[in-house]
Design a protein around this ligand. Structure first.
Ligand SMILES: [Zn+2]
Length: 404
């Protein structure tokens, strides 16, 4: 049992002052230090400096560690030139990103306050790094393949990776399943993967409606994807429509990444299905996919959280940076409510969507905590300043263990 005494606690939905936290792997109680010291006389006590704040560790639901090698290789600005640059440099990007490269990405996330991340794994090359990461990890094994003739082989490869990740036994590591996208995965494969997810009680994730090109291809078998699919896959029509794709996920509440180009009907389907959108603002901007309509998500009552995506479409894996960019991207949305909503999106809302017992400083939650050093007493607009000022993170606890 340990007791930590900050000046302030951001839960994150309320601000507490002058309270201590009793914790082991989980948070046990929050209350006056004087009471705790009588109640738990054997506890280790840590008193933090003046103007210190404890808040929940952040949750990044969507990152691609295997693509951490990119810095200036890929072409930004529009989706298709970016995708072509990925295809062109795929081998070197993947091969040049060794264990050290992926560990650097994990470390960048840790230092910027991410205590839980969802890794989308295309090849399983990131398994060892994810297994050894200090963070809680949801390891999404990705299934991809639009050609029926390849379905069995690709599914077999996916199963092998899934089983390898399922053999990891460390606390805080959870295997899961990712469906790449409606345009790149044949419905037969999607059905098999989802059935398996249900049997094994695994979380699911998918990319959905990221680019205008995806919209045109799924709706009309047209646009810039047409040439791409004809050239690389000898395919002249999409394997599914958006509607058919979403129907496959009935009964499988899923993390749907991007969703920038979705229409109102699709948003309504996402809400009814209990799905959660992962908004990746920096990635969407860099790949020319536009800004998601948060008001439309709000009026359709679609749940949403924020993620970074991988370094193949980002310059940082830093959720504070991501939230700050989102704050400026959605420039018509009232400022302080948006700041609060964004912070919730990487704490309590992300924990709900990923079925994790973390994301808040409250009893029974995992003791995943950040210590920040503020300059003065937090005021009414603190959440906004939290996103703007980049306060130093002086300590990080994951499942009650100090990792920084
Ligand atoms: Zn992604």
């Amino acid at each position: 049992m340990k007791i930590i005494r900050p000046d302030y606690i951001l839960t994150p939905t309320s601000m507490l002052k002058g309270q201590a936290i009793a914790y082991d792997e989980d948070i046990i109680a929050i209350g006056p230090f004087e009471e705790f010291s009588k109640q738990y006389p054997q506890a280790d006590i840590e008193t933090l400096p003046k103007h210190s704040l404890i808040m929940p560790g952040l949750i990044n639901p969507h990152v691609h560690l295997e693509f951490s090698g990119n810095k200036t290789t890929l072409e930004y600005g529009q989706f298709m030139p970016w995708l072509n640059s990925v295809i062109e440099h795929r081998e070197t990007l993947i091969n040049d990103c060794d264990k050290g490269c992926m560990q650097k990405a994990v470390q960048m996330m840790l230092e910027t306050g991410t205590t839980t991340f969802g890794a989308i794994s295309s090849h399983g090359m990131d398994l060892e790094v994810a297994e050894q990461a200090p963070q809680n990890v949801i390891f999404f094994n990705e299934v991809i393949g639009s050609q029926p003739a390849m379905a069995d082989a690709l599914y077999g490869d996916f199963l092998q990776r899934l089983d390898a990740s399922a053999s990891v036994t460390r606390k805080g590591f959870t295997p899961a399943i990712a469906i790449h996208s409606p345009y790149s995965v044949h419905p037969v494969l999607i059905k098999r993967a989802l059935k398996l997810a249900k049997e094994r009680g695994m979380l699911t994730s998918a990319h959905f409606m990221e680019s205008p090109e995806e919209r045109a291809w799924l709706d009309e078998n047209a646009g810039e994807f047409k040439g791409f699919f004809e050239t690389f896959l000898k395919q002249s029509t999409a394997v599914t429509t958006a509607e058919e794709f979403l129907k496959l996920f009935d009964g499988y509440p899923t993390l749907m990444t991007h969703v920038v180009q979705a229409n109102r009907d699709e948003l309504s389907t996402l809400a009814k299905g209990g799905h959660t959108v992962i908004h990746c603002p920096i990635s969407n901007r860099l790949l020319g996919n536009g800004a998601i309509d948060l008001d439309a998500l709000g009026s359709e009552e679609v749940k949403w959280v924020c993620g970074t995506d991988g370094l193949s479409s980002n310059y940082r894996l830093d959720l504070f940076e991501e939230l700050k960019i989102a704050l400026f991207m959605h420039s018509q949305t009232p400022l302080l409510p948006l700041a609060k909503r964004l912070l919730n999106s990487v704490t309590i809302e992300a924990a709900k969507a990923m079925q994790l017992n973390t994301g808040a400083i409250e009893p029974t939650k995992a003791a995943d905590m950040l210590v920040l050093q503020l300059e003065d007493e937090p005021g009414e607009q603190f959440t906004l300043h939290l996103l703007l000022h980049g306060y130093p993170i002086t300590a990080i606890y994951i499942n009650g263990t100090k990792v920084k």
